[in-house]
Design a protein around this ligand. Sequence first.
Ligand SMILES: Nc1ncnc2c1ncn2[C@@H]1O[C@H](COP(=O)(O)OP(=O)(O)OP(=O)(O)O)[C@@H](O)[C@H]1O
Ligand SMILES: O=P(O)(O)OC[C@H]1O[C@](O)(CO)[C@@H](O)[C@@H]1O
Ligand SMILES: [Mg+2]
Length: 793
Amino acid sequence: MAEVNLSPPAMPAGKKRIAVMTSGGDSPGMSAAVRAVVRQTIASGCTAFCVYEGYQGLVDGGDMIREMKWEDVRGWISEGGTLIGTARCMAFIERAGRLTAANNMIEKGIDALVICGGDGSLTGADKFRAEWPSLMEELISTGKRKDHEVAPFRHLNIVGLVGSIDNDLSSTDATIGCYSSLQRICQSIDFIDSTAFSHQRAFVVEVMGRHCGWLALMAGVSCGADFVFIPENPPSEKWEDDMCSIVKKHREMGKRKTIVIVAEGAHDKNLNHISASQVKDLLSNKVGLDTRVTTLGHVQRGGPPCAYDRMLATLQGVEAVKAVLEATPETESPVICIVENKIVRKNLVEAIKMTKKVAEDIGRKDFAAAMKGRDAEFEEFLQAFNITTATDKGDNMLPKEKRLRVGIIHVGAPAGGMNAATRAAVAYCLTRGHTPVALHNGFPGLCRHHDDQPLGSVREISWLDAESWASKGGSEIGTNRSLPSEDFKTTAYCFEHYNIDALFVIGGFEAFTAVSELRKARDQYDAFKIPMVQLPATVSNNVPGTEYSIGSDTCLNALIDYCDAIKQSASASRRRVFVVETQGGASGYIATIAGLSIGALAVYTPEEGIHLNMLVEDIKFLKDQFAKDKGSVRSGKIILRNEKASKTYTTEVISNIIKEESGGKFDCRFAVPGHVQQGGTPSPMDRVRAVRFGVKSMQYLESYAGKSKEEIYKDPMSAAVIGIRGARVKFSPMERIENEETDWKDRRPLNEFWMNLVNVVDTLSGRPQSCREGVPGSPAGASANGTPNPRKQ
Ligand SMILES: Nc1ncnc2c1ncn2[C@@H]1O[C@H](COP(=O)(O)OP(=O)(O)OP(=O)(O)O)[C@@H](O)[C@H]1O
Ligand SMILES: O=P(O)(O)OC[C@H]1O[C@](O)(CO)[C@@H](O)[C@@H]1O
Ligand SMILES: [Mg+2]
């Protein structure tokens, strides 16, 4: 009988069959990653496959490896867990299992595999890749495959996406799912807080994270816990006494509740496990506290992904497909990572090696090395946690002449994390011997009420005052939009009269403007010749000098919750579109990232504006979509329109035009979430970043202690803005940012790093280029990383 090649025919040049799978413990955002890989694959003219049930599906083959169409992943962006299933597969740990998996991949003609999983899954992927040539040889030598069948698959094209709640892979700042899990943990601890406070109780909370302390540490930072136990940095030999003395001290200082967080993999310096019940016994018996244990368990892994995880999963999924398409046989397998704010490809083998080394360092009790092996943020967060909970000032105190009175002021609209940043700054100041002074209710509050009796607006903040602010939304010291230029004279008088030696300004574009004004007014007022730092805090994320303002993540989460509910309603009513109006001032950041995170059909930003042709093309697109949908599930559609995208085409007008032009084929409504977008409780990301930036800002101001007014005046860095820029956290000189990077008219940065992401929203919703072609200022034609948009190639 003639030989038959049962494998599918080879793909045309440059086109591939790309499969995606999820493996290990599920994590929120995995489904969003699968959606992004599938849609980007199809948008690139390739064929998408999913491998169901992790490596088990690869080993079982057959129907477990299925082709996916565009519509198959509709609505997946907001789903928790992984809709293609996951498993911990023993068979794949053995070579025999991997051989069968390789054979199944050839059977289906899979050219490339994108694996979304944790350290274990990527270790498996790395092993599979390393072994691949020998697996191919074995398939041939054992007669399972012919040479020509194997020939097109000689090089295994593999890309890793890190999906795990544990955040345990070295070389990336965040894994897909870790911030959603942190959100679940923080919400639980916030709830526990109120009952603990009521009864003056202690709670020991055990959190997941297997061998990694990221979740425990970040929960400690965001919730203002009293003590954390993490495997990378075990407590001292006499930890029982240390913990009890810190808790006792906090109680003596007036705290009514105690929260201790224990990572499930916590141990002492000799690697003896530290359990939650052990900690509970100590708190009960040695400190005499009424203590309870709460083990959060799998609730930490469930539920929908937060905004950050949706965005991360989406951008990384898109990047994974690009990496597949750009790979040559010489390219080393990448893992897609994020460093601060930048999606980057790193070497998979190296990342696995570094991750394994952390485990080995812990095994060898080299904890300093283990700490270094985690990302750069990790150590900084531990320091920030220690500083904000420290009671033993001792060595930390500066000599008297280096101690400052630091004025802290909130300017502009409230934003999530303002209080957390203030709390961190206060704790840092007290630990170092500085005096934190709240300037209540912004600059007008300062000028008008500084000498009110009995309580003026200039007040020193005690540790206990600020202690409970870690999780509080709004602004505890009050905020105001007005600027110092409204009364420079009184502002200067107050700075002098109350001996303000340094200024920490927390807020958005107004805060930026305020620091700029004070800097410029230094010529006339000596009182302003003090070091000043602005910490960008605004839902709009439009502050020059940073790619991230605290509060913007809280806003995105509030907005996606709102949009998820609207989308559900639109889906249930089948043929309905919603136009949702977002805040953001003249910056389309919030609209774009929310669009990316909910799978919006289109995003209208002030940067691009709204044009008649755009509306005409979008209505055509909508008609086409509804014609294809035929009343299917998850067919609700949302267009996000920034509040300042157009003066003429308002949200209501657009909604009416769409309704009118739909020819009765579908309906359109609009919704305006308004100030809901400021969020209630700040998101954990805003809280932890607020703490990190708060501490860094204080350290920065402190570096000016002892300098003369003239030295400060001459130093361009003495008025600075702290921010994330690409892969780094930096202080930038106000003067340069004002002059070179600010669009003063539109109150936003001149270059907005996220502009190309509108293309990703379009690619993944299938919106044709024609909708934005010819639109002035449109970056259509460039993609997320500035590389050409695949749909244009
Ligand atoms: N050394 C290895 N060799 C081959 N396959 C492996 C190896 N380690 C893990 N795998 C495969 O990856 C699967 C998932 O690994 P693991 O259970 O460690 O979860 P993970 O990917 O680290 O995710 P998480 O820790 O977030 O749950 C394993 O069940 C196994 O199929
Ligand atoms: O769901 P399982 O298999 O019990 O595994 C629990 C483990 O998985 C994780 O949730 C993710 O790795 C760990 O934090 C935890 O130790
Ligand atoms: Mg793992």
